[in-house]
Design a protein around this ligand. Structure first.
Ligand code: MN
Length: 212
């Protein structure tokens, strides 16, 4: 997304029906065009009267919302986080066929989770145990150490870097899966664009070589 105000809604990087049958077109359309769009619009409306924050990046707003004036603090926390999380959510999915983690991410996954299936089990357990609305994320620190984090509402995992974020707000799945969050997770998992996620992980490692 743009580095600062005014933020624009990134277009969906594939057609609405591209992720069928795992995520149907109606769910994807509402999720991107209504929910994601609302976070971006609300964030711009909140910031519009406050030019001193127009140079702040989305990441800065997500991390430093505590420093903002009382009247916009909670709104920016929610909507900047919503914009940040959803930007990643849509960018890390793609149509079938299924893919798998690639080097060096695959090795890191094996070290921490035993296997790709081990990662799936751990991430699914996190996703199912988020109480209410929130996210389950695969994250890395700047040295490439992987971890799974849960956040509530639209908080972010920053300053960790999220590699994958599973949206477990009901708006992400209820039209299609109703209360079956686990089935939605399995569908989401099949859609992960592992080549792209692996490339982002490799770039993070290159900019911060791990301590030997
Ligand atoms: Mn969402």
């Amino acid at each position: 997304m743009e580095s600062h105000y005014p933020f624009a809604l990134p277009p969906l990087p594939y057609p609405y029906d591209a992720l069928e049958p795992d995520i149907d077109a109606k769910t994807l359309c509402f999720h991107h065009d209504k929910h994601f769009a609302a976070y971006v619009d609300n964030l711009n409306k909140l910031l519009e009267p406050y030019p001193s924050y127009h140079s702040w990046s989305l990441e800065q707003l997500c991390q430093n919302w505590r420093d903002l004036p009382d009247e916009i603090r909670q709104g920016v926390r929610n909507n900047a986080g919503g914009a940040f999380n959803h930007d990643l959510y849509f960018r890390t999915l793609r149509a079938l066929p299924p893919s798998a983690p690639q080097p060096p991410l695959d090795g890191a996954v094996r070290r921490v989770f035993g296997s790709t299936d081990g990662l799936k089990t751990a991430l699914k357990s996190a996703a199912l145990s988020v109480f209410g609305s929130g996210w389950a994320c695969l994250c890395t620190d700047k040295d490439g150490n992987l971890s799974i984090q849960k956040v509530a509402n639209q908080d972010t995992v920053l300053p960790l870097t999220p590699l994958l974020c599973c949206d477990v707000w009901e708006h992400a799945y209820y039209l299609q899966y109703q209360n079956r969050r686990g089935d939605y997770f399995d569908a989401w998992w099949r859609l992960i664009d592992w080549p792209q996620v692996s490339e982002r992980y490799a770039r993070i490692l290159q900019s911060h070589p791990p301590i030997p």
